[in-house]
Each structure stands twice: as structure tokens, then as C-alpha cells.
Design a protein around this ligand. Structure first.
Ligand SMILES: Cc1cc2nc3c(=O)[nH]c(=O)nc-3n(C[C@H](O)[C@H](O)[C@H](O)COP(=O)(O)OP(=O)(O)OC[C@H]3O[C@@H](n4cnc5c(N)ncnc54)[C@H](O)[C@@H]3O)c2cc1C
Length: 452
């Protein structure tokens, strides 16, 4: 029997497809990278079904690429090797809220915002909050990319919230990794390897997440600065002083201009910081006061957003508003990470490279974490302009690595960043490859990702 016939014997017809429309939908993510069609798509509903799928794939050496919502930005779920896409979007159950343990057990296809809506009555939340994709990103995709977001400054990235997971590895074995305990010292931290592995080590079929209490009070602040450098310096100073900030988002004046044109928010066209503090009434207020003082020392002025708008409702549209300003353009993007003190240098270096080549370059991001998105938009129709965009991106990333940074703070290496894997990790890359072969001896799980 062919692998497709074997799978057809395992899954009902409505959950296995090789129709063109389904193959196209599973062929791309939200990046500008070329789409690749798989041969088929399966929608499992349980760990047992996933295990049977992997078993068939292992025997036929069939490439398997997991998919959540396909909202990645570096080609992570593009099925480079063809084969089968395992789409988790129908495994959406919130299995058990364990409020007393500050934990929840979920299936991987549940969407970030949907999960948080269901946690609200318990006074709990799952913090990472990926800025522009919170309404689509699935827990499985967030875990596999180690996604982060506006609240990761205070609560960490997805990695800091994953306690345990059920994982089907590349030879079909089902393993329970991690533990329900907040902390253990028991054996290798295998769950830590799965987080951020982009579906190359195992397929995650259930996750136990650590939750936090919804803060009693929060204070949101919008500030404008004279220059990007001063804003970046203010962030570094607030972090150095240990101000208890829940969110620190930086938007350069170009991003603000794009947002204003997109949404008519009445924003001042200046480098802007959106901040949020969490705690008791007095705690949130005290942290906000400390942040305002430090920012004022850097020449900042607090501004009110028109009609009481939340900064995050505006921030949500950052990527879309920039893309809307350049119809037909492709995006050369980075989601670089740097030690916080180097933030101002990276902002300046990015502008220098962009201005030198006359590129449309925007900078924004979870700057309190040291994560910056540099977006360069150019028409791929002009080979020369597109080459210049890629050259600027490359120069910026090499600069970042030179100051102790990383080429990916949250989107992963996927396809778009995989050429930097050896440069960033050196000899450790060989160890990563060995680890991959232990989890995935036949090399069938999301082949071609993370490294070239
Ligand atoms: C406008 C916009 C804004 C964004 N903002 C942010 C942001 O602020 N922060 C951030 O971190 N990201 C951001 N992203 C990127 C993206 O939304 C996140 O990486 C998200 O976590 C991906 O989730 P997904 O469900 O779409 O996963 P997919 O894109 O479908 O898959 C992501 C990776 O996970 C693997 N995978 C999926 N499900 C499983 C599973 N069950 N088991 C094993 N592997 C699996 C896939 O193979 C792939 O490698 C943004 C994207 C967009 C379009």
C-alpha cells in the first residue's frame, strides 16, 4: 500500500486531503518566502492518530511538517520536503484548567486569544501575547517557535510558561516530557529542547502551560522622544534601573507614520514608546512614575492616544500598516535580539545601512527584551533593489552577532534565517544535528529547517 492509502485507512475522508485548495493553503506562511505544496494534508484529532500518522511516515520515509495557523514569518511551517502537512488546527480543546496550580492543559491547536478568553473567568492568563498575531497563533506554533510578545519583558517567552508536553517523536514513540511541577532537578530538560525546535524534533499533541494571575491594576503609557537614539537609551536605562515593566514596545517615527496612515490614530510622528506596568494599584503606579522620570531625563513627553485608544490596539497593526504603505513590495525582515545595552547601537546601525542604500526601512519591537524587528520593504521586481535590501539585512545581522546578539529573538531560524545557524552557533550546531537524529532518526520531521 502507498502511504496515502495507509493514511486513508487510518483517517476519515474529511480529515485527509490532496485537493489543490488544501495543498495551497498548507504551502506557505506569512513570510515572503516561496510556497511549497505538500502532497497531502491531515487533520488529526488525538495523540493516538498523530502517533499512527508518524508510524506510517517513518516506514515510508515521508516528510512531515506540523502546522498551526501558518502565521510564522521565517518559513517555519513551509513543507520544504513536500510530503504530509499535519495540521493541528482542529485539536483546539482546553482540556483542564487547574486554577489552584496556576496551570492549564490544552491541545496544541487552541488559539492564543481564545485560550486567554477561557482563562479570564479564573483570573488567570497565559502571558506571551505575540503582538500582531495573538488572534491566530496556536499554542503548538508558539511553543515550537518559542514565541514571545509584549508581556515577555515581565513574564518571559513561551519557554518560561511550558511545564510539560505530550510529544510524538520521529520514530512514532509518544513521550510525556517535563512535569507538572513548577521546578524539578530530575534528569535532562528534554521539554526545553522541544520548545523552539520548530517541529523538527517531535509533534506536540498536548501542552501543560504555567499561568499567571491577571494583575489587579495596570497602567499604560505612551511617550514620544526627539530621536530614536534617545528612546533606545531610555529603554536601556529603565532596564538597568530595574523598573518593573510588563511591556516596553518601541516604534520608530516611520512605523508611527505608517500606523497613522493605516488607522488614522492621530499619532505624533515621533519615535514612540508604549509602556505598561502591572501590580497592585500602588505598585503599578509607582513603577509607572519611575519609568516616566527616567524617560523625562531622556527628553520624552507623555502623550494621550486619541479617544482613549489602548496602545496595543494600535501596536497590533504595526506590520500590516507598514506593508499597506508599500503595495507589491516584499519584506526582508529581522527579529534580531541584542543585550539591552546595545539596543541604541543596533537602531543606529540599521538606519545607517538603510540610508546608505536608500531603502524603506522600519524599526520596532519588544525592545524591553532587546528584540527588534527591522523591516525593509522593496519590490522584488527590481533585482537590484531586492539585492540591496538583502545585503542591508545581512550587514545588520552580522553587526548584531558581532555585539553578542542573536539573529532570532522570537520567529526562529526556519528557512529565512537558517544561513546564519553556523555563524551564530559555531561548533554547537553539530551537536544540534546529533540531537535531531536521536529524536528523528529518519530525518522526516520538518526537514530543511533551522540549518542549511
Ligand atoms: C502580523 C504578525 C505579527 C507577529 N507578531 C509576533 C510576535 O509579536 N511575537 C512572536 O513571537 N511571533 C510573532 N509572529 C509570528 C507567529 O505568529 C508566531 O511565531 C506564532 O507562534 C506561530 O504560530 P502558528 O500557530 O501560526 O504556527 P505555524 O506558523 O503554523 O508553525 C510554526 C512552527 O511550529 C511548528 N508547529 C506547529 N504546530 C506544532 C505542533 N503541534 N507540534 C510541533 N510543531 C508544531 C511548525 O512546523 C512550524 O515550524 C507574528 C506574525 C504575524 C503574521
Amino acid at each position: 500500500m502507498s502511504w496515502l492509502e495507509e493514511l486513508a485507512a487510518e483517517l476519515p475522508a474529511e480529515r485527509l486531503s490532496n485537493r489543490a485548495a488544501d495543498l495551497d493553503a498548507a504551502s506557505h506562511d506569512e513570510s515572503s518566502l516561496a510556497a511549497v505544496r505538500p502532497a497531502a494534508v491531515a487533520w488529526p484529532l488525538s495523540t493516538e492518530e498523530v502517533s499512527r500518522i508518524v508510524d506510517v511516515a517513518a516506514r515510508h520515509r515521508l516528510p512531515l511538517t506540523a502546522r498551526g495557523a501558518g502565521s510564522s514569518l521565517e518559513g517555519n511551517p513551509i513543507p520544504l520536503g513536500g510530503g504530509l502537512v499535519v495540521d493541528f488546527s482542529r485539536m483546539t480543546r482546553v482540556i483542564e484548567v487547574r486554577a489552584a496550580d496556576l496551570a492549564v492543559r490544552v491541545e496544541p491547536g487552541v488559539v492564543y486569544e481564545t485560550l486567554n478568553r477561557s482563562l479570564r473567568p479564573h483570573g488567570l492568563f497565559f502571558p506571551p501575547s505575540p503582538g500582531g498575531s495573538a488572534d491566530v497563533a496556536t499554542v503548538g506554533g508558539m511553543l515550537a517557535n518559542d514565541a514571545s510578545g509584549i508581556y515577555s519583558v515581565k513574564y518571559g517567552g513561551t519557554r518560561d510558561s511550558v511545564l510539560a508536553a505530550t510529544v510524538v517523536v520521529g520514530d512514532g514513540r509518544t513521550l510525556r516530557l517535563g512535569s507538572d511541577c513548577r521546578k524539578t532537578s530530575s534528569g535532562y530538560h528534554l521539554i526545553g529542547l522541544i520548545v523552539g525546535s520548530e517541529g523538527t524534533l517531535g509533534l506536540v499533541t498536548e501542552v501543560t502551560l504555567r499561568l499567571r494571575g491577571i494583575p489587579a491594576a495596570r497602567r499604560q503609557i505612551a511617550l514620544v522622544f526627539e530621536t530614536e537614539r534617545r528612546a533606545a537609551d531610555a529603554i536601556a536605562a529603565m532596564m538597568a534601573y530595574g523598573v518593573d515593566l510588563a511591556a516596553v514596545e518601541f516604534l520608530d517615527r516611520r512605523t508611527i507614520a505608517a500606523l497613522d496612515r493605516f488607522g488614522g490614530y492621530g499619532l505624533e510622528e515621533r519615535p514612540t514608546l508604549f509602556l505598561e506596568t502591572h501590580g497592585s494599584e500602588s505598585g503599578a503606579e509607582e513603577a509607572a512614575r519611575a519609568a516616566l522620570e527616567i524617560c523625562a531625563d531622556h527628553g520624552a513627553r507623555e502623550v494621550r492616544l486619541a479617544s482613549g485608544q489602548s496602545p496595543w490596539a494600535v501596536r497590533h497593526h504595526a506590520t500590516r500598516s507598514i506593508q499597506a504603505r508599500h503595495p507589491g513590495a516584499a519584506v526582508a525582515r529581522t527579529d534580531l535580539a541584542v543585550p539591552i545595552s546595545r539596543l541604541p547601537d543596533v537602531v543606529e546601525e540599521s538606519y545607517r545601512r538603510g540610508d546608505e542604500a536608500g531603502l524603506s526601512l522600519y524599526v520596532f519591537g519588544h525592545a524591553g527584551l532587546g528584540i527588534l524587528h527591522v523591516l525593509i520593504l522593496e519590490s522584488p521586481a527590481s533585482a537590484e533593489r531586492w539585492r540591496a535590501a538583502l545585503a542591508a539585512k545581512d550587514a545588520i545581522l552580522r553587526f548584531v552577532l558581532g555585539v553578542g546578539g542573536s539573529v532570532s529573538g522570537e520567529h526562529g531560524l526556519g528557512l529565512g534565517n537558517r544561513r546564519y545557524a553556523a555563524l551564530e552557533h559555531g561548533g554547537a550546531l553539530a551537536l544540534m544535528k546529533q540531537i535531531k537524529s536521536v529524536f528523528d532518526p529518519h530525518g522526516i520531521l520538518n526537514p530543511g529547517k533551522i540549518w542549511e
